[in-house]
Design a protein around this ligand. Structure first.
Ligand SMILES: [Zn+2]
Length: 309
């Protein structure tokens, strides 16, 4: 018996299916001391044990693998009648079939695991896709909300601009009214001053009569000789160009003293509060002439009104 035959026996022995005389003979070979067969048995058992449980492809020792594949191929190609099979053949077939089954199991487990991983990844992809779709929905909703908010802001801005326009118009109207009130208050102040002039016993009322340049005009002057001041009311004086003013004169004898300049409103009316005039001479006449804008120290233009105290 060459040693290759012993190694075949070792394969069968490793599977625990060696029996009868073959078992006795092989055990005697081992008992005689064969390290090669002992290693072979250990290696074969390890390979057969590890193959189905390993997650990685564990390559069986080359000799075992080659032998197994050869046997499987040969026995598949040329099946032998069962009646001619001795126990050894059965053992060899069992070794080959089990090893092949082990390899198939490894591939099967590997394939199953890969399939599991693929399915797991597919589930993850599906979950991610669902999340993405959901987030897209949220994003779209937020975009709509944002657009709605922007439209609302634009609408509010338009409303605000309209109200600001209204507020601006109201502000202008209020300012106009305030100016009118200020004017009226000023006039009221002047009229009160006139009333105070009237209220003292020494106050005199001077009527100024119209002269030829303005026949429809008239004026009244309230004169306070103690304070040497007064107020003048005119009516019916003609409109004058911008570079002209009316000037009032207080006259003592033949000496006229400037007593203020004034313009008339659209009705030809005017009100003038006289400044305190210098003394000590007693004024006996008052007159109104037309002078260049700003007035002059002595009269130069035509006289429109004249009255005596
Ligand atoms: Zn041996």
């Amino acid at each position: 018996m060459n040693h290759e035959a012993w190694l075949e026996q070792a394969d069968i022995y490793a599977l625990g299916v060696l029996d009868g005389d073959e078992l006795t003979t092989f055990e005697a070979h081992l008992a005689a001391g064969c390290p090669e067969c002992e290693r072979h048995i250990v290696t074969t058992r390890e390979a057969l044990t590890l193959l189905p449980h390993s997650l990685e492809l564990v390559a069986p020792p080359p000799t075992v693998k080659a032998r197994l594949l050869t046997q499987v191929a040969a026995e598949t190609a040329t099946p032998q009648p069962v009646t001619l099979l001795p126990g050894r053949w059965w053992g060899r077939t069992a070794v080959g079939a089990l090893a092949a089954a082990g390899l198939l199991l490894v591939f099967g487990v590997k394939l199953y695991q890969t399939r599991q991983e693929v399915q797991h990844l597919q589930r993850q992809v599906a979950a991610l896709r669902a999340t993405l779709t959901e987030q897209e929905g949220v994003l779209l909703a937020e975009r709509h909300e944002l657009q709605r908010a922007a439209e609302m802001v634009a609408s509010l801005q338009a409303e605000l601009a309209k109200r600001e326009g209204t507020v601006e118009a109201e502000r202008r109207e209020r300012e106009r009214v305030e100016r009118v009130v200020a004017t009226l208050q000023g006039e009221l102040g002047e009229h009160k001053a006139a009333l105070r002039l009237l209220s003292i016993p020494q106050a005199s009322l001077v009527r100024l009569a119209a002269l030829s340049p303005s026949p429809g005009a008239s004026a009244r002057l309230l004169w306070n000789p103690l304070a040497r001041t007064g107020v003048l009311f005119t009516s019916g004086l003609p409109q004058i160009p911008r570079d002209r003013v009316y000037e009032l004169w207080a006259i003592a004898g033949n000496e006229p003293v400037p007593a203020g300049i004034f313009e008339v409103d659209s009705a030809g009316d005017a009100f003038l509060r006289l400044p305190p005039l210098p003394g000590p001479k007693r004024f006996d006449k008052f007159a109104v002439t037309l002078e260049p804008a700003g007035g002059l120290p002595k009269p130069t233009g035509p006289m429109h009104l004249l009255g005596s105290l």
